[in-house]
Design a protein around this ligand. Structure first.
Ligand code: 5GP
Ligand code: MN
Length: 326
């Protein structure tokens, strides 16, 4: 196994010590939690409860979980308003950016100790006393798994399934560059702990409403290739979703259809949020660091996958992205 830096194993030990001592724990992911944020926070809350602690998981409003993840054990998931006033340790997963915590940020601010478990660059970490951050990890769930090993916590089937969801989604089903031997070793152990991969895949990837196909068709027919910039982009409108009676969080995965255009280095999906605001998802084939483009809009992410929220108009957002690509 790859030797990890002394700093990283120090912080892992410090995090485990703080969590061991704590009587109450809240695990928290970023707003609009993806499979990794959700899986990591649910696994931590359940592990802490199994260890006899008062535990819950939460994230900032809107307090909505994507339908594809609702098969996970969410017994400990509560809206931010229901988190107890004082908690010993808050564990923030899959981000360390204060703004990404939304309405759950005050919970972190009043926690006695804040542990960050993440795989994003955190040069300017804005929350956290102890940072367990490994930017080479494919998922925060992978770092969470190491924390459980350090804590000596048993990983039951529900925890394993939650971590597996984090890993399978954030590695693009074991396709992206961070899909290391460790990812596969951890995954093997999670399957030994009871994960049923086919069942997870069915829930996460193969249970979209029929109307999703129409939405995907609209978004694909709207795709534009800017050959000189090697940029492929499209737009998901609010009307697309309304006409199909789908919600915003039902429309994940569209960027993965767009990004396959081989004439592109960068793929971008802009989703209308209303009030002339857009959520941008950026993907790179490796040549371009899209986290730098997202940062132009106050967003962030990784070299090959990043996101942001920006005011419109749409044309200006595209011009700013294009300017980074010429
Ligand atoms: P997605 O496009 O799937 O929403 O996000 C891709 C990556 O970018 C993920 O690692 C996610 O955490 C990050 N990301 C997405 N949106 C934002 C944002 O608004 N701010 C920051 N800092 N990171 C984001
Ligand atoms: Mn992640």
């Amino acid at each position: 196994m790859m030797k990890r830096s002394a700093k990283l194993s120090d912080s892992l030990r410090q995090a485990a010590a703080a969590i061991s001592r704590a009587e109450s724990i809240v695990a928290m992911g970023h707003i609009g939690p993806d499979g990794d944020a959700l899986g990591s926070m649910l696994a931590i809350a359940r592990g802490a409860a199994n260890a006899g602690k008062k535990a819950c998981a939460t994230f900032g409003e809107p307090f909505v979980v994507g339908k594809q993840f609702t098969f996970l054990d969410m017994a400990l998931l509560v809206p931010p308003g229901e988190v107890p006033e004082s908690v010993d340790v808050a564990v923030v997963v899959d981000t360390s950016v204060a703004g990404r915590l939304g309405s759950a940020l005050p919970i972190v601010e009043r926690a006695a100790t804040v542990v960050v478990v993440d795989h994003h660059l955190s040069q300017d970490a804005q929350v956290g006393d102890i940072h367990v951050v490994d930017t080479s990890a494919g998922a925060a769930a992978q770092v969470t798994y190491r924390l459980f090993r350090e804590l000596g916590w048993e990983i039951d089937k529900e925890m394993a399934t939650a971590l597996y969801v984090g890993i399978v989604t954030d590695t693009g089903r074991f396709q992206y560059s961070a899909t290391s031997p460790e990812v596969h070793r951890i995954t093997a152990e999670l399957i030994e702990a009871g994960v049923e991969p086919a069942e997870v895949s069915r829930h996460v990837y193969e249970e979209s409403p029929f109307a999703y196909l129409g939405v995907a068709g609209s978004v694909l027919s709207r795709c534009r290739l800017e050959a000189d910039k090697r940029l492929v982009w499209s737009l998901l409108t609010r009307e697309d979703l309304a006409a199909a009676e789908l919600k915003y969080e039902d429309a994940d995965g569209l960027i993965d259809l767009i990004r396959i255009a081989e004439e592109s280095d960068v793929a971008c999906l802009l989703r209308e949020l209303g009030d002339d605001k857009y959520k941008g998802s950026l993907r790179s084939r490796g040549r371009v660091d899209v986290s730098k483009i997202a940062a132009q809009f106050g967003g962030g992410g990784h070299h090959n996958a990043a996101g942001f929220v920006s005011a419109g108009p749409l044309g200006e957002i595209l011009d700013r992205i294009g300017a980074e690509l010429t």
